[in-house]
Design a protein around this ligand. Structure first.
Ligand code: HEC
Length: 120
């Protein structure tokens, strides 16, 4: 009898311990207008990257970031191959799965590159 109760308790625990959780995919809200480097991209770097990327390449501090990025981290012919994008968006990328950027920020960066990665 004791065993039956114990078994019952174990089964009950197993069933109540697991709950279904719905993970909502992050909604991407892309800006409709052309993305501006100065007001939409640089502020992301300033807020989230320069703790490491002041000395490390690419250098992302204001005034230096654009020339540093266009020196090999951006591919306007094939934007999705840009290191600035793959580092976050491709499995195995340096910053993939770290959660530094939101999906919207990553998409905004890609849109900026697709629009020609202008120093605008
Ligand atoms: C905690 C420190 C840290 C933070 C924060 C960080 N990075 Fe990095 N990042 C690194 C290091 C270290 C490397 C490797 C540098 C090297 O290999 O010389 C790197 C590499 C990169 C690379 C090159 C990837 C490649 O494929 O060569 C890019 C692009 C990059 N980071 C962009 C960013 C951006 C954009 C942000 C902010 C959104 C950011 N990082 C935030 C530490 C950081």
């Amino acid at each position: 009898m004791k065993n039956v109760i114990l078994l019952g308790a174990i089964i009950l625990t197993l069933f109540t311990a697991c709950e279904w959780q719905t993970i909502e995919p992050e909604k991407i809200e892309l800006p409709k207008e052309e993305v501006l480097f100065s007001t939409q991209i640089q502020p992301i770097f300033t807020a989230k990257c320069i703790s490491c990327h002041t000395a490390n390449n690419p250098k992302l501090t204001s005034g230096v970031a654009y020339s540093s990025l266009t020196n090999g981290y951006i591919n306007t012919t094939d934007p999705a191959q840009s290191k600035l994008y793959t580092a976050f968006a491709v499995s195995g990328g340096k910053h993939y799965e770290k959660g530094i950027l939101t999906a919207t920020e990553i998409a905004t960066i890609l849109k900026w590159i697709e629009e020609g990665a202008k120093n605008n």
